[in-house]
Write a new protein. Structure first.
Length: 255
């Protein structure tokens, strides 16, 4: 059975087309949780001079008071590397890549911050990734059909093919994070009860398409039997607009 829906649905907190997305949000992802706040302007040294003070996930502290975080550098080593990602919407964008202790020698990256230059020597942080484990790589610019975006996509080790990923559209008021989590709402409205997408990796921002196998309740994690689902989008000022939903219960997963 195949269900094909051609629709226009604006995603993102059930917003209407007239609602403008909020620019200049900072997303913090750590082992504790994911959260959002409004980034304050700081000089570059704020992010690089003592990385332990930027410990949003409390990896290196006990009581985690400012004094506790400041003392961490006496027990641990750190290295920061600043790399320019590119220019978008008139803003220069940089990665700050953090390595600690043994990873300084191996080159493994432990944390990543994305900074946007707002004036000479002054920056706003729009993303801070501090995962329990992930294969962190530099951020990048990409073309999503005709629109240029900023992206970050880092594989989470395991069998789920999950990624810590985020994308931004730069409008006249600054960077707007695209609410990719809203795809889950569309999947719930598209798939029958008891069916779901259990693994990650289905989003292709370059083509604005989500494709993945579908699992039935009771399926083994390795072996989905519920067919496949495809969603197609366009972007409207940093929001996803669903233009097509295609669920085919007869499609078999790739060998």
């Amino acid at each position: 059975m195949r269900l094909l829906f051609v629709t226009v649905l604006l995603l993102g907190s059930f917003a209407t087309a007239a609602t403008a997305p909020t620019p200049w949000q900072r997303m913090v992802v750590s082992g504790k949780s994911s959260s959002f706040d409004a980034p304050v302007v700081h000089p570059l040294s704020y992010f690089t001079s003592d990385p332990f003070l930027r410990d949003d996930g409390d990896d290196f502290c006990g009581a985690c008071s400012p004094q506790d975080k400041a003392a961490a550098h006496a027990q641990h080593k750190s290295k920061t590397e600043v790399k320019k990602v590119g220019d978008l919407g008139g803003y220069a964008i940089y990665d700050v890549l953090y390595s600690f202790d043994d990873h300084i020698g191996t080159g493994e990256i432990d944390w990543k911050s994305i900074l946007v230059s707002v004036s000479p020597g002054q920056f706003r942080e729009i993303y801070h990734l501090q995962p329990p484990s992930a294969q962190i790589t530099p951020s990048f610019l990409l073309k999503a059909r005709t629109k240029e975006l900023l992206g970050t996509r880092d594989l989470v080790p395991g069998t789920g093919n999950q990624y810590d990923e985020a994308y931004w559209w730069f409008g006249p008021d600054g960077p707007v994070r695209i609410d990719i989590e809203s795809i889950s709402d569309v999947l719930r409205s598209t798939l029958p009860a008891g069916f779901g997408v259990w693994k990650g990796g289905g989003l292709d921002m370059k083509t604005l398409t989500f494709q993945n196998s579908v699992w039935r309740s009771g399926d083994a994690n390795c072996c989905p039997t519920g067919g496949a689902v495809t969603l197609r989008f366009r972007l409207d000022r940093g929001r996803f607009v669903v233009i097509e939903k295609d669920y085919d219960s007869t499609t078999k997963p790739p060998e």
